[in-house]
Design a protein around this ligand. Structure first.
Ligand SMILES: Nc1ncnc2c1ncn2[C@@H]1O[C@H](COP(=O)(O)OP(=O)(O)OP(=O)(O)O)[C@@H](O)[C@H]1O
Ligand SMILES: [Mg+2]
Length: 334
């Protein structure tokens, strides 16, 4: 029986229909309005979700060829994310589930990024090590079962995606910056400028990206506006390489104990080609499989929320009517 999943934690309005681990539909409507502000404006995001939630859910049902009355349960991102944005998704999910007396499954967004790896084709079975790198989080997750994960290390300041978006903005690229920075970097020389790879000598598994952003600010100040624009591809290539280097260095360190039999990625930065190639190379060296989740399942989407919901606690009607969203998740393990 199909499950409807809704995700509205940031600026993408998403709905998907799943039958077990099979995706029947996966609709994503990205809000273009934020580009002119160079970042997501929370209140603008909430208002757009209000306008888009119903058409996006209807499109997901139509694509899957199912009606509201065919649904078995409704899953929704409960957090972490922008509180106003989350509340629109949660209210929509309650409004669909309650009149039909369907169970509601509140789902953790980061569990969703991990659970994208449980979807067809080739679902990955735990245990595995998952590097989550997104707009708001960067962490190494030890996944021992389908139900959650253990945080082995995480960023002490900025997330990798946030650092990438800030660099892209400084180089005059659009928002979100990841795909554009990757395109620009493809024409640049990653060795032309020296960027610091933070935490590389730190024996732990935590990350730090704020110094990298500061290094770019200083380099571009020294170059001046014109020269920064002329050397933008080299700057993008060097910056991207430093982000990838730190992520892969920590991943390698986490694999050293030899405990993890497979590696997976999650979060928007996992769509990055050079990161995927570097992780594939590391896994080849180590002789362990690397699960390459589809790029569309890395950035925010509702299929991953439906996948996590299969392994989350459903709430029965009417218990969920007073259930609230949360903007920041519990620190640490899920
Ligand atoms: N090809 C790419 N290369 C590098 N970064 C990318 C790429 N594609 C997307 N990103 C980055 O991924 C981030 C968005 O990821 P995602 O949608 O998972 O984040 P989020 O949902 O905003 O944050 P979180 O999941 O932590 O709540 C942005 O910072 C974006 O620039
Ligand atoms: Mg996300």
């Amino acid at each position: 029986m199909p499950l409807l999943a809704i995700e509205t934690s940031c600026d993408d309005t998403c709905a998907a229909v799943l039958d077990g681990s099979r995706i029947l539909s996966n609709v994503i409507s990205s809000q273009a309005d934020h580009e002119r502000y160079g970042g997501v404006v929370p209140e603008v995001a909430s208002r757009h979700h209000l306008e888009l939630a119903v058409p996006v859910v209807e499109a997901a049902l139509a694509d899957a060829g199912v009606g509201f009355d065919d649904l078995d349960s409704v899953a929704v991102t409960a957090g972490p994310g922008l509180i106003g944005a989350l509340l629109v998704g949660l209210s929509t999910a309650k409004a669909i589930a309650a009149p039909r007396r369907l169970p509601l499954v509140p789902t953790d967004h980061l569990h969703g990024h991990v659970a994208a790896n449980f979807l067809d084709p080739d679902p990955l079975e735990p245990p595995f090590l998952c590097l989550i790198a997104s707009g708001g989080h960067t962490m190494l997750a030890g996944v021992r079962d389908h139900h959650g994960f253990e945080v082995l290390g995480e960023t002490l300041d900025d997330a990798a995606g946030e650092a990438i978006d800030k660099a892209a903005r400084l180089l005059g690229l659009g928002f979100p910056g990841g795909p554009e920075l990757e395109r620009l970097a493809a024409d640049g020389d990653p060795q032309a400028f020296t960027f610091p790879v933070a935490m590389s000598r730190d024996p732990g598994l935590d990350f730090s990206f704020s110094g990298l952003k500061t290094a770019l600010v200083y380099i571009s100040r020294e170059l001046g506006e014109e020269e920064t624009a002329r050397r933008a591809a080299d700057l993008a290539a060097g910056y991207q390489a430093a982000v990838v280097d730190q992520l892969v260095t920590k991943l390698r360190r986490a694999l050293e104990a030899g405990e993890w039999p497979a590696v997976a990625l999650g979060g928007g930065v996992a769509a990055n080609g050079p990161l995927r190639r570097a992780v594939a190379g590391l896994c080849e060296q180590k002789g362990i499989p690397f699960k390459e989740v589809n790029r569309e399942l890395c950035t925010d989407n509702a299929a991953m929320i439906g996948s996590a919901a299969r392994f989350s606690q459903p709430l029965a009607y009417p218990d969920y009517l007073s259930f609230d969203a949360f903007s920041t998740g519990p620190r640490g393990n899920r």
